[in-house]
Design a protein around this ligand. Sequence first.
Ligand code: NAG
Ligand code: NAG
Ligand code: NAG
Ligand code: NAG
Ligand code: NAG
Ligand code: NAG
Ligand code: CU
Length: 255
Amino acid sequence: MRVQILSVLAVVSAAVNAQSSTVVPAPEVTGNSVGTVYAAILPEKEDSTVRGSIYAYPASNGTGVRFSVSISGLPAEGGPFMYHLHEKPVPSDGNCSGTGAHLDPYKRGEVPACDASMPETCQTGDLSGKYGNITSQEWTQEYVDLYSALRTDSVAYFGNLSVVVHLSDKKRIACANFTLAAAMDPIRTISSGFALPTSSGVSNTTVPSPTGGVPISPSSSSSSSPTSLPESNGAAGKFVSGTVAIFAVAVALVL
Ligand SMILES: *[C@@H]1O[C@H](CO)[C@@H](O)[C@H](O)[C@H]1NC(C)=O
Ligand SMILES: *[C@@H]1O[C@H](CO)[C@@H](O)[C@H](O)[C@H]1NC(C)=O
Ligand SMILES: *[C@@H]1O[C@H](CO)[C@@H](O)[C@H](O)[C@H]1NC(C)=O
Ligand SMILES: *[C@@H]1O[C@H](CO)[C@@H](O)[C@H](O)[C@H]1NC(C)=O
Ligand SMILES: *[C@@H]1O[C@H](CO)[C@@H](O)[C@H](O)[C@H]1NC(C)=O
Ligand SMILES: *[C@@H]1O[C@H](CO)[C@@H](O)[C@H](O)[C@H]1NC(C)=O
Ligand SMILES: [Cu+2]
């Protein structure tokens, strides 16, 4: 009996150890090529100078998501700043506490800390852990994260979630929902667009507005691009909600 109990304990403790020391790597998310552009635009609050946006595009080869980060007005003290995809949207009152924890669909947890040399082992939403903290008051950066999804059928989908910017002590200083900025429409071909903020030429004057247009990356801005973007997110948003409404009516009729 004692031997049995001991061996059960050994198995349990081995399992616990395995769980805490082995991080299951996140899979790369393929099939992001067709779809949509999402944007998180930090709200302009009177009591904060922080402004900016994070655009999320399907990676050009379909694997992962290309993030374009542009943030300005960060405080002189309190850095380096961290930012993450969080697991819940921002409540309507704008309180960043309501966004919950980091997006962590594979339940890796907070510890051990993300090792940027093995980004697949980090929490999916830990963008600053994987690609670096924000170390100045103005920041632009672009990168592809292979583990994020714009496909709604992936657990790593964040298009209806949020991004949160933190001080070094984790205090939440800004947050925004991601929203659909444009649905890519292969039929229409509009080649005009904003230039993306680039890593050279940091600017605090122009943050692309979600209603003013959609920035198009240097790599996809040529007129031969097979994809295109409608002029305003209003149209895309109406189209989507219209589709949802039709679907809801259809469901109602069936039921
Ligand atoms: C897609 O491009 C990324 C770099 O942006 C690369 O790491 C990845 O292996 C590529 N995937 C495929 C399937 O080609
Ligand atoms: C964020 O999105 C959620 C869900 O769509 C919505 O309820 C909430 O009001 C939005 N938050 C803000 C600050 O717009
Ligand atoms: C934000 O929400 C948290 C709890 O979620 C609460 O403790 C805090 O007082 C709220 N802040 C404001 C400004 O309402
Ligand atoms: C976001 O969308 C996904 C896929 O449609 C869904 O499973 C998830 O519940 C949604 N999350 C929130 C917070 O709305
Ligand atoms: C980012 O800053 C936090 C807080 O200061 C720190 O714990 C973390 O190690 C930093 N991450 C990187 C990748 O430098
Ligand atoms: C941009 O930043 C520079 C220096 O950081 C400042 O002098 C300038 O007034 C800022 N412009 C705007 C529009 O905030
Ligand atoms: Cu966070």
